[in-house]
Write a protein that binds this ligand. Structure first.
Ligand code: ZN
Length: 230
């Protein structure tokens, strides 16, 4: 029987790489995308294209309006500016309160119903922005928690939260994904969510740096000219 994996898929570079890794490990892919009031719908649209690309049999889109109701993040509250001038001190304004804990809770419920063994999430503690829910301590703790909280964790094979990018830099992730045939042209990373990426927000800058360090050219278009050899 084919093993199943739930993949938390945002339509961004990291989660799309996780699709490639999970496929490479022989899993049948069950992507789940959270529409949580992020500034733009583009992520969800790109996630649909990625799910199609990987021929996922089911792609769940989960609406969570609650994040927009409570605000507290530049990604869900339009009155808070997205940082443009590089990563500053501390936890940035783009942090969304307890996002990965909530996503993994819902993903584990889905995984249990599916009989899936693994949940993939594209967090990294290397090039991360200081988000507490991207640290290995959190993933280890959550792995224990979802097994304590579920029937499968207590009476069956249980669930493993896989964070295969945890110790990879952005460029290492891109190199790995490129080797696995990950469709980066379908991904979106820009916090501003335009048809073409801004090239200046923190997320764009990290992505551009990653492609440059990998010695590759990012296939998505940018609003500004980028010297990929610099
Ligand atoms: Zn951007």
């Amino acid at each position: 029987m084919t093993r199943k994996a739930v993949v938390v898929l945002s339509g961004g570079l990291d989660s799309t790489t996780c699709m490639g890794i999970a496929r490479d490990r022989g899993y049948e892919l069950y992507p789940v995308t959270f529409s949580y009031g992020q500034r733009h719908d583009r992520e969800v649209e790109q996630a649909k294209k990625v799910a199609n690309y990987f021929h996922a049999r089911h792609h769940r889109i989960v609406d969570i309006d609650f994040f927009k109701q409570i605000g507290g993040s530049a990604l869900t509250d339009l009155s808070i500016d997205v940082p443009q001038a590089g990563v500053g001190e501390g936890i940035p304004a783009t942090y969304v309160p307890a996002r990965n804990m909530i996503f993994l809770s819902l993903a584990s419920a889905y995984a249990e119903v599916l009989g899936a063994e693994a949940i993939f999430i594209g967090v990294s503690s290397v090039d991360y922005s200081g988000y507490p829910d991207c640290r290995p301590e959190f993933i280890e703790s959550m792995n224990q928690t979802v097994n304590l909280a579920t029937k499968t964790g207590t009476t069956d094979h249980g669930l493993t939260i896989e964070a295969p990018l945890m110790h990879l830099t952005k460029s290492e992730t891109i190199k790995l994904g490129t080797r696995l045939g990950v469709p980066y042209h379908l991904t979106t990373s820009c916090y501003n969510g335009g048809e073409t990426a801004c090239g200046t927000c923190d997320s764009c800058r990290l992505r551009i740096k990653g492609f440059k360090e990998a010695g590759l050219i990012d296939p998505v278009p940018y609003q500004i000219a980028i010297d990929w050899n610099a």
